[in-house]
Design a protein around this ligand. Structure first.
Ligand code: GDP
Ligand code: MG
Length: 173
């Protein structure tokens, strides 16, 4: 006797200012590795990762950028069909938090109307957090975003961020 476990697939995109750690967070989640130095254009690889739930599997198709975010424009196809997004900022970089807000707006305009978004505060292993955490939490609440803290370097919070986002996506939309 065998039973077939249903699998549901979601496209997830990663957004945020250049150098906030998008590719690093993905690498940490997908391969559990961290690199001190990455070429900004490395990425654009799409990862797949499956989360096993009790009675179904969630397959995440995770898209990274190839550095086009530097020009503050991403092709429409990047957003198309995305059910979830991680919008990442660097806790040491206030400007990257302001940019994250712009990415959220852009995504809401260009993307799927039901896209679920997690605002991600990355690089929490570093000292001197310049972005006010309470302000970020408040912004996330007001805009119906999840709020997650991560370090791609230590791995803290990374898996949790993806799983929370995946679970927040309605199964049928
Ligand atoms: P991206 O341009 O947003 O894809 O950023 P990258 O993933 O290329 O990372 C930019 C730089 O930040 C690289 O030197 C990474 O090693 C570093 N970095 C990324 N995440 C973290 C982190 O959580 N902690 C620390 N200390 N450095 C990080
Ligand atoms: Mg990158």
């Amino acid at each position: 006797m065998s039973s077939v476990i249903p699998t549901i697939s979601f496209k997830i995109v990663v957004l945020g200012e250049s150098a906030v750690g998008k590719t690093s967070v993905l690498n940490r989640y997908a391969t559990n590795k961290f690199y001190q130095k990455i070429e900004p254009t490395i990425g654009s690889t799409n990862f797949q990762k499956t989360i096993n739930q009790l009675d179904y599997k969630i397959k995440l198709l995770i898209w990274d950028t190839a550095g086009q975010e530097r020009f503050h424009s991403l092709a429409q196809m990047y957003y198309r069909g995305a059910k979830g997004a991680l919008v990442i900022y660097d806790v040491q970089n206030v400007d990257s938090f302001e940019r994250a807000k712009e990415w959220v707006e852009e995504l809401r305009k260009q993307g799927d109307p039901n896209v679920q978004i997690a605002l991600v505060a990355n690089k929490i292993d570093l000292p001197d957090h310049m972005v006010d955490k309470n302000e970020a939490i408040k912004y996330a609440k007001e805009n119906q975003l999840l709020f997650k803290e991560t370090s791609a370097k230590t791995g803290e919070g990374v898996t949790e961020a993806f799983i929370s986002l995946a679970k927040s996506i309605p199964l049928e939309i």
